[in-house]
Design a protein around this ligand. Structure first.
Ligand code: SAH
Length: 365
């Protein structure tokens, strides 16, 4: 007989098989292929593995016992080898103005990450975290002062989506963006493994073109992504067309300066035939003058891209602030006159601190 236990301290779920302690694996950490291989070893036929996979990601089953069309013996096998976890929702905030809902999740080891649901007329986008904390220390980011803790696993990334889906059963998730806490290119393998499940027809069935990776400019990750042969949307957090200013805002620029970053962008566009979106956080007196806009026009001239300008989302205690409406107008007009496809948007869910990392930080304090 199996008995089960759970140890929060080291985040390992275990089971007792005739008195012998055995470690259980989080089933959503396995790729579809790995799941099939693991079950095959136990004599389970591939069509049964497919059923399990569909239960996990199409039906978002929260226990093996809920997988009612599986034989009892298979459910017992699954219970003995694996576990299904749903991260606990520690906090939830829904914007009254635009319906944006932000979730703070508690992971098994007590760490916390955030994810956001952005409902729109035609689509529901989820914004996911890829790491607990971040190494990249962008000066305007809420997560920067608290440093890096660890990568999220494939399953932990997928479970952010599953928890949001469970909380919003009527909302069909159509788009996924990696713009939450962390740098997805710094947790490349697990992010790609999760993306394959998002992509899978028997799971979320979300096309690569509906999945966006946002990077602060980790060039080797961009080069690797080109080789995947997927048409994943790439967003690059640019924030300045000037190396000195960019290095101050995003220290990663010292390692991968604009020349290397722009070359990787051009290579990405050529290989994937997709345009790149450049994110540009407008900060008063730092990167939002007409001259800054003209530098940006020169940098991006002739490139298949668009610019997504967003006003700086004020973080308590930060010396930065967003520019005035008049300054934003001058900046945007200069981009448009320079032939750059650019839009300015207000941060979503401002009334709920939806800016990346803010809910986690307010809890940590
Ligand atoms: N590390 C990745 C993804 C996480 S940040 C990246 O850098 O792209 C997601 C986006 O939010 C980035 O474009 C980032 O520059 C932006 N961002 C971070 N802090 C912000 C703030 N306070 N106001 C507005 N945008 C911010």
């Amino acid at each position: 007989m199996f008995a089960q236990g759970f140890s929060i301290a080291n985040a390992i779920i275990f089971t007792y098989n005739n008195g012998k302690k055995m470690k259980k694996n989080r089933i959503r950490d396995l790729s579809r292929f790995e799941l099939e291989a693991a079950l095959k070893e136990e004599g389970v036929e591939p069509y049964r593995s497919k059923q399990v996979f569909r239960w996990l990601y199409k039906a978002q089953a929260s226990s093996f016992d809920a997988m009612t069309d599986l034989p009892a013996s298979l459910r017992a096998l699954l219970n003995s080898k694996f576990y299904i976890s749903d991260p606990a929702v520690l906090d939830l905030r829904r914007s009254l103005s635009d319906g944006t809902t932000k979730y703070l999740f508690k992971l098994e080891d007590g760490n916390t990450v955030e994810a956001v649901l952005l409902p729109e007329k035609e689509r529901n986008t989820i914004c996911l975290s890829s790491q607990v904390g971040c190494k990249f220390a962008c000066v305007f980011c809420a997560s920067a002062p608290f440093g890096f803790v660890r990568n999220l696993s494939q399953g932990e990334i997928l479970e952010e989506a599953i928890s949001i889906k469970n909380a919003n059963p009527a909302a069909n998730i159509t788009n996924v963006v990696f713009m939450g806490i962390g740098e997805p290119m710094d947790n490349y393998d697990n992010v790609m493994r999760a993306i394959r499940v998002f992509n899978d027809k028997d799971a979320f069935n979300i096309g690569a073109r509906k999945i966006t990776i946002s990077t602060c400019g980790v060039v080797p990750g961009m080069v690797k992504l080109i080789k995947e042969g997927l048409q994943i949307e790439l967003s690059v957090s640019l924030h300045s067309a000037n190396d000195a200013v960019r290095s101050k805002l995003l220290p990663v620029n010292k390692r991968y300066p604009l020349k290397d970053l722009m070359q990787a962008c051009r290579d990405y566009i050529r290989a994937t035939k997709r345009i790149i979106t450049f994110e540009y956080v407008l900060i008063k007196g730092v990167n939002s003058s007409k001259d800054d806009a003209l530098s940006l026009v020169r940098l991006l001239k002739g490139m298949q891209c668009k610019v997504n300008a967003i006003s700086y989302n004020k973080i308590p205690g930060s010396p930065y602030e967003g520019p005035s409406g008049a300054e934003i107008k001058i900046f945007m007009n200069a981009l448009k006159s320079g032939g750059i496809n650019a839009t300015h948007r207000k941060p979503k869910g401002e009334d709920i601190d939806a800016g990346c990392g803010q809910l986690r930080i307010s809890r940590m304090k």
